[in-house]
Structures are given as structure tokens and as C-alpha cells.
Design a protein around this ligand. Sequence first.
Ligand code: AKG
Length: 278
Amino acid sequence: MQDKRQRARVQGGWAGAAGPANRPAMPSAQRPQTWGKEQPPQEKHFVYEKPPEVLRRVQEPKVIDAAGTHEISVSPSGVSRLRLFPSFIDPREADWMFEQLQREIPWRQKTNVGPDGSYHEPRLTCWYGEVPYTYSHSTMQANPHWHPLLNMLKDRIEEVTGYNFNSLLCNLYRHDKDSIDWHSDDEPALGTNPIIASLSFGETRNFQMRKKPPPEERGDYTYVERVHVPLDHGTLLLMEGATQEDWQHRVPKEYHDRRPRINLTFRTMYPQPPAPSH
Ligand SMILES: O=C(O)CCC(=O)C(=O)O
């Protein structure tokens, strides 16, 4: 895909009158007699100059859907790594888990604060953990009352991955217009290089990632690397290493009907010192 901005624009300038050097020779008999008279207005013509070709391409997303470990980048911050476990929960088990979670989790619609004021999140959420969780200038209160099924899933994930988690953000995407916008899970309370274990149930949605651009791009994501991971019923995705520092992710709205989807993101939160009072 070639970016429109890269197409050669017509450039050039108005060159002076065609002098003897760049005008074809004319037989002397045909030459206009100009001596003794006023010179005619100088003839100008537009000279096209092709601008130097800048070859930058918008990158096609790399689709990751195979089980296993995928290193998506290496940078001074470290390796960004995804580990994908399709059918981590087998589909029949995943069916009843989905129904139970949809029915029994106390889902709420959170209100966030952005540059244009407050807005309702386009999805429902529920937070579990010993400490509150603040993002987008709004806080979810600590909630130690884990649903037994969530405890069971946490144990299974810990056993397979070897990591321990103490918190969980649950997301319910009710339909195709529910979404989560570009962000990284990089709040200070998550520590450096946080490990995020993301378990999905229900409708398959496209989990999209984009690499943060280098400083010289001044926040322009046009040419960055992209990765798409279709997350389906029962799939576990682990994000490790520098993934939160070097990449952002989102689940975009869709243009066609989508049935509900639940996503559970297990994390480890560290208590933070209280903010200084003034
Ligand atoms: O729904 C998902 O797969 C992603 C959720 C997410 O990005 C988050 O909870 O931070």
C-alpha cells in the first residue's frame, strides 16, 4: 500500500526566456528582425522537476494466530513477546464459563475523563484486586470478592505459565460497537515490564497492536509495525517483556454484528505510595 502523501506532486518553477542555449536553432532568414525595435516580452515556460522519491510504505499488519511464542520486536527496552494458547479452555467448557461470567459478574459501565470531558466507556467492566485501579482519570475501587470461577481460571493460568497474578480487569463487549481504544497497560502500579494474561470467551474479536513510533516521528503512527491477533473462544494470550513499553493495543469497533465477548486480563499490581497532599 503506497501512502498518498508519497505520490510525486507536480513541482517546478517558471524558467526564464528560452535563450540560445535551450532554444532550437532557427535559420537566419526566418529569425524575427528585432533590432531597433522594442524586445518582445520574455517567453517563460514551466519546467517540471520530479521531487526525490521517498519510499516509505504503510506496513501490512502481521497476523499471529498460531500457538507458540512470538517475538514481535527487540529494542533497547528489551524483547516484546507474545505467547498464544488457542483452546486454552476447550470450547465446551468455555461455553458454560462464558454464560456464568456474563450472568454473575457485577458488570458496570465506567465513566472516564479525557481531553474533551467525561465519557462512558463503550463496554462493561469489573475489577478484582486488593488495591484500587486507576486509569483514564477514574478509579475502580479495590474488590477482594473474587468469583470462584475466576479464582479457578487464575490458578489454571498460573500453573501453565509459571506467573502469579493478584488482580483482574474483566471486560464485556456487548456487541460490535463496544471497543477499547489504543493504550498500553503501563500504569506505575503495574511495575516495569508487566506480564498480562488475557483470556477470551465468546465472539472472536481482532486484538490489534501497533509499535510506538521513534521520537523523530513526533507521535505519528502511520508507518509503524502492526500485529493483529484474532482472539477467539477459550484463547489465552500472554504479553511479556517490553510489550507494554514499546507497543499499544486496542480492540476496535466492528462494522458488522458481533455477539458478546468477555475478556479477562490478569495482572500483578503493586501498592503505590500515597500521592503527596499540598
Ligand atoms: O479485550 C481485550 O482483548 C483487550 C483488553 C485490554 O486491552 C485491557 O483490558 O487493557
